[in-house]
Structure formats: C-alpha cells, structure tokens
Write a protein that binds this ligand. Structure first.
Ligand code: GDP
Ligand code: IMO
Ligand code: MG
Length: 404
C-alpha cells in the first residue's frame, strides 16, 4: 500500500496547499485529518486563487477527497467552500466522516471570550472556535455530525453545551444548523472503514495535516498552539486508521520562517528587514489577513521537526522570495548556558543563536542550489520539491520519492 503523510515543519503557512495540490494528481485519495477552518491552504490556479479551509487541498488532483474524523467542521463554512469549489471541478467525490465534530456559534463565542479573559497573554487564535470545539470533544460534550440524525439529540447536546459555557442560543439556530447539515448530508460516510478497505485493495492515499509542527498541542510552543495534533502522529487518531498504514512522511518548510499569533519565535526579525521580507513574500494570513511575523530559517527547529515527524522527504517553498532578500541568514545552532544546542526545544528559547549568511541568488540557479544543499546536508533529509513561485506549477523537482 502506498501512502504519504504531509505535515508543516514550522508554525503553519509553509505552502502545504501548493505542494498537496501538486502531489495529489498521483494519488487516488487525499485525506485531511486535523484542524478546522483555521487552516488556509492556498493554490493559485490560472488567474484564480483557491483558499482551502476544510476541503483537502488535493481536491483538483485526487480522485476522492476525504475529511476524516479528526477535523472540526463549521457547517456554514463547509457549504460555502463546496459551492465555491464546484466552479473548478463539477464532478467530484467528497466523503466526510460522520464522527467529525461540529463547530457551533457557541464555540465561536467561547473562543472570543477566552481570548478576552487572557488579556495581554492572549494566544492570538483565528477566533474560528477551534480550541473550544476540541475542548468540548475531549470534555465529552461535543456535537458530532452523527448527532444530526435525530434533531432531539442535537437539541439536547446544544443545551448541555449552552449550560456548560453559560452562553444562550436562539432556537432558530438549530434550524439553520440543520439546513446546512442537509446540504452536506449526502457526503457523509464511515470514512475510517472506507479508507481501510481502499488501502487494502491497493489504492494510494495522501494524508494532509493542517497547521505546523510547532503549533501542535503536544509538541509545540504550548500554550501558544492550536488544539489539534499537527504532527505526523496525528494522522492515526485523526483518521481512525491503525499505524500500519503510515510509513512515509514529507515535511513542508518555507525557505524562511513565519508565524501568526503569539508565542516563541527565536529567529524573528523586526524593523525594515522584517517589513521587506513580509512584503516580498506577501506574508499575510490566508484565514484572518493578519500580517505574519517573519524571521530567518531555523535549522535547529527543522532538525526537531524531522525527528518528531519521522520525515523521509522535504519540500522547500518560497525560495524565489528569499532569493530577492538581501540579508539572508540561517540559524545553524543555538547556545544556552554556554553550551551549543543543535535542536529546538519548544519549552525553552535559546540564549544565543549562531547564524550563517548567504548571498541572495535572484535568478542564479547555482547559488540557490548551494542553499538547498546546505539545508539538505544539515538535516540529512532529501529536499525533493522546491517551490519557486506562487503559481501551482512553479515547482522544481529535485529528486524522486519512493513510497513503498
Ligand atoms: P499553507 O497553509 O501551508 O497551505 O500555506 P498558505 O497558503 O497559508 O501560505 C503560503 C503562501 O505562499 C500562499 O500565498 C501561497 O500561494 C504562497 N506560496 C506557496 N509556495 C510558494 C512558492 O514557492 N513561492 C511563492 N512566491 N509563493 C508560494
Ligand atoms: P495552516 O493550515 C498558521 C495559529 C493561530 C494561533 C494559534 C491558535 O494554514 O498552516 P487557533 O485558531 O487554531 O486556536 O489558533 O494557531 N494557527 C495557524 N497559523 N497557519 C495555520 O493553518 C494556523 N491555524 C492556526 O494564528 O497562533
Ligand atoms: Mg495557511
């Protein structure tokens, strides 16, 4: 069986969408397994831009796309996204897990409330109700798509949520939820059994994580994280499939680093250099439009990502952007208490960072190749795909992947 699991290596927005879109044409099935509409995965198709939030970014390439149980779904958003995507592919096969939890307006309100409560220590969430949706899932008072089979059960669940959150809701809200549910009902499936059967029959699948390694709720810079498992381990629980189906992993890293929201960012840069890089890379959030914090590539961070995710391959994106920047540096190691440290620790920032400088390559292939080889050698993982532009075909192959 051939499967490949793709994860983000930094803080999200690494360019996963474009890489998934590219890879998906070689897979039968593309599965999204975590997060919700906090994700924004961009694919530029001709003069149109698609921002996938809930639907897998391999929608155009894969024969079947699956939203599995680990995803939390805002039904209104999903209905709108499907309607939007129909113009690009009228005849599609989408399957959605009936076990997936639903993000309601109560979760949105709770997200806002919790951020306000934190005051200056806020997380900087996308305010899409994601944390609360996982909070209610793990608290065992969540609402699943399967609950919509019986409107009384749905109402009982909403009432419990409303009591726990101390947030009222209007009875009419149930009608609007049910209306949206009716529009996606036809896509509901036992996706776990479906995937198991198809994989056993020899079908191939590309599994897609949202967000990035260091905003994983376990392995990230807690509490400045999202509330799901964004690392490769998340794929088993997020799909319900046993670990035996997963053996090959690819990480997507941007040629520099960006972060939206609060939290540790050792190689962050400020001032005019930061403004320049942000502008060159058009670094504004795909979901919220917020300016992204920017910084240098962080090899200690990528070393950790390689280990945490068992990465076999890497895709490096936005080298065209970095090549135009006139102050290219790469963090090669850290120092703490006078000792050199090779790996990022999400719990403790370093005292000092050791950098190496690189000359901008502009259009020079040779100098770009030096940068790529340097990263590859430092990490001991082949960079097989290189993103050289925003358009979906602006990708250079730099080696082959073997998935069996
Ligand atoms: P994702 O969340 O990881 O899918 O990434 P986003 O879509 O949020 O952000 C990545 C941004 O960079 C999007 O605007 C992409 O269109 C763009 N992008 C992706 N790869 C490249 C690349 O190689 N070069 C350039 N210039 N832009 C890229
Ligand atoms: P993609 O899939 C970048 C960040 C938010 C915030 C933190 C918690 O496009 O890479 P949340 O709303 O999830 O509770 O916010 O996580 N965040 C992302 N940052 N890319 C994303 O997704 C993100 N999804 C969440 O900015 O710091
Ligand atoms: Mg994004």
């Amino acid at each position: 069986m051939e499967t490949l699991t793709l994860v983000g290596c930094q803080f999200g927005d690494e360019g996963k969408g474009k890489i998934i879109d590219y890879l998906s044409k070689d897979f039968d099935i593309n599965v999204r397994f975590n997060g919700g509409e906090n994700a924004g995965h961009t694919v530029v198709v001709g003069d149109k831009t698609i921002k996938y939030h809930l639907v897998p970014a391999g929608f155009l390439g894969a024969k079947t796309v699956v939203i599995s149980n680990g995803v939390v779904i805002n039904l209104r958003k999903l209905v709108e996204e499907i309607d939007f995507l129909k113009q690009f592919k009228g005849n599609f096969d989408l399957k959605i897990s009936e076990m997936a939890h639903v993000v309601t307006e109560l979760h949105f309100k709770r997200d806002k409330y919790l951020e306000q409560l934190r005051g200056a220590g806020l997380i900087g969430t996308t305010l899409k109700g994601i944390g609360p949706a996982y909070e209610s899932k793990f608290g065992r008072y969540g609402i699943r798509l399967v609950d919509f089979r019986d409107v009384n059960r749905l109402k009982e669940n909403l009432d419990l949520l409303s009591k726990i959150y101390q947030i009222p809701y209007d009875e009419k809200y149930i009608d609007s939820l049910v209306q949206d549910y009716n529009q996606i009902k036809g896509y509901l499936f036992d996706t776990r059994s479906y995937l198991e059967t198809e994989l056993e029959a020899g079908k191939t699948a590309l599994f897609e994580a949202a967000q990035g390694t260091f905003i994983d709720v376990e392995s990230g810079t807690y509490p400045f994280v999202t509330s799901s498992h964004t690392t490769s381990g998340g794929v088993t629980v997020g799909t319900g499939l046993s670990p035996k189906y997963f053996s090959k992993f690819i990480g997507v890293a941007k040629a520099y680093t960006t972060r939206v929201g609060e939290g540790m960012f050792p190689t962050e840069i400020f001032g005019t250099d930061a403004d320049k890089l942000r502008k060159l890379g058009n670094e504004f959030g795909a979901t919220t439009g917020r300016p992204r914090r920017v910084g240098y590539l962080d090899i200690p961070m990528l070393r950790k990502a390689v280990k945490l995710n068992s990465l076999d391959y890497l895709a490096l994106t936005k080298v065209d952007v970095l090549g135009k920047f006139d102050n290219i540096k790469v963090a090669v190691s850290y120092e703490s208490n006078g000792t050199e440290i090779k790996e990022f620790d999400p719990m403790h920032g370093p005292d000092r960072i050791n950098y190496e400088s690189f000359k901008p390559w502009g259009g020079s292939e040779g100098k770009l190749q030096d940068y790529v080889e340097f990263i590859q050698d430092e990490l001991g993982v082949p960079i097989v795909l290189i993103g050289v532009g925003e358009k979906r075909d602006a990708i250079e192959l730099n080696g082959k992947m073997v998935l069996t």
